[in-house]
Design a protein around this ligand. Structure first.
Ligand code: GTP
Length: 346
């Protein structure tokens, strides 16, 4: 199953930069060297099983935009699953950006009326002052320009986890069996006595699905070790890595009034609301360091005072992260459960 994703927006708004970060694993610092995209560049990424993301990065110079909206209209706008339109937060010509955007919406309505629309207010790192207020103002402006069309707006920057958050949400809407996946991940979480299980796509490290939110319970009752712990000796030879991912942060900052995050608040471990995106970002940076040291990244284990985390391959195209807050549960047992669960996800 191929899903066509159109990536559009003015020239220099940052489309190729985000593609290069997410799909080619390049660091943000190298994006300044990217040249303007000529016409359309296509990428294919295989997600779970037979889901292939077909990404069309459409160069944003006026001449290309005019051609997409005239001679190439049916080629560009047919069979689109998702349109991602990028706006520079400090655009020097917002009225022109909006004029092109509305023309693209009309074409999308004509050729792919079922497509979802996501708008990225990008380069948020450049905003001085209140990012929240600016994003709200921009969102209002974009909603007005979109008329009846329903769309979702994200504030993004290549310099922090917001980009992963937006792209993970977008990709999540494309996965046909996301709720079944989430159910299986919840079963795996229960089997491991885990607080949470997260499934990532292998190359992009975008979040595909997560287990259900941990239960809201008051006293942290002792969790029974899963059956697997009894079977496996403590053979883990994990290295301790500094806790930068923040699974146990106590602040429950709610940044953007987002439902997906709010359903994870109030749990016993006070999970950081940006943990998924930050994990994606950190793992990709770590993989990059491994590549620089000519080492291959296979898996990761962290054993800290208040939690353990195991990140391992689940299927050919996915990695799973299991976070456990019970010191009696050995990482070897978690690994064994991952091994046993593989068949279910293949
Ligand atoms: P066309 O290919 O001409 O359509 O442009 P594009 O939208 O692909 O822009 P591109 O990705 O080439 O980015 C243009 C410039 O924006 C580069 O110098 C990037 O480093 C910079 N850039 C991209 N994302 C961000 C961001 O989040 N923040 C900041 N400050 N700069 C960014």
């Amino acid at each position: 199953m191929k899903k066509k994703v159109l990536l559009m927006g003015a020239s220099g708004s940052g489309k190729t930069s985000m593609r290069s970060l997410i799909f080619s694993n390049n660091p943000a610092s190298l994006t300044a060297r990217l040249g303007a995209t000529i016409d359309v560049e296509q990428n294919h990424v295989r997600f779970l099983g037979d889901l292939i993301l077909n990404l069309w990065d459409c160069g944003g110079q006026d001449a290309f935009m005019d051609s997409y909206l005239s001679t190439q209209q049916s080629t560009i706008f047919s069979h689109v699953g998702v349109l991602i339109y990028v706006f520079e937060v400090e655009s020097r010509n917002m009225s022109k950006d909006l004029a092109y955007y509305t023309e693209c919406l009309d074409a999308l309505n004509k050729y792919s009326p079922e497509a979802s629309v996501f708008l990225l207010v990008h380069k948020m790192d450049l905003v001085r002052g209140s990012k929240g207020a600016i994003l709200e103002k921009k969102t209002k402006e974009l909603r007005q320009a979109s008329g009846e069309m329903s769309m979702t707006v994200f504030g993004t920057s290549i310099y922090d986890e917001t980009l992963y958050k937006a792209w993970s949400r977008i990709v999540h809407t494309l996965i046909p069996n996301a709720s079944v996946l989430s159910k299986h991940l919840t079963t795996l979480a229960d089997a491991c006595g885990a607080t949470e299980v997260v499934l990532f796509e292998r190359t992009t490290f975008l979040v595909i699905a997560t287990s259900s939110p941990p239960p809201i319970s008051t006293p942290p009752a002792p969790i029974e070790p899963p059956a697997a712990t009894a079977l496996s000796p403590s053979t883990s030879s994990s290295s301790s890595t500094p806790s930068t991912i923040g699974f146990t942060q106590s602040s429950n900052q709610k940044e953007d009034g987002d439902d997906h995050d709010s359903d994870l608040t109030g749990d016993i471990h006070k999970l950081d609301t940006t943990r998924y995106e930050r994990t994606s970002e950190l793992i990709k940076a770590f993989k990059h360091s491994c590549a620089r040291a000519r080492e291959e990244f296979y898996a990761l284990e962290m054993e800290l005072d208040d939690f353990t985390a195991v990140l391992d391959e689940l299927t050919k195209n996915t990695y799973v992260l299991i976070v456990v807050h019970n010191p009696t549960i050995e990482t070897a047992a978690v690994r064994m459960n991952i091994r046993l669960a593989r068949k279910k996800f293949e």
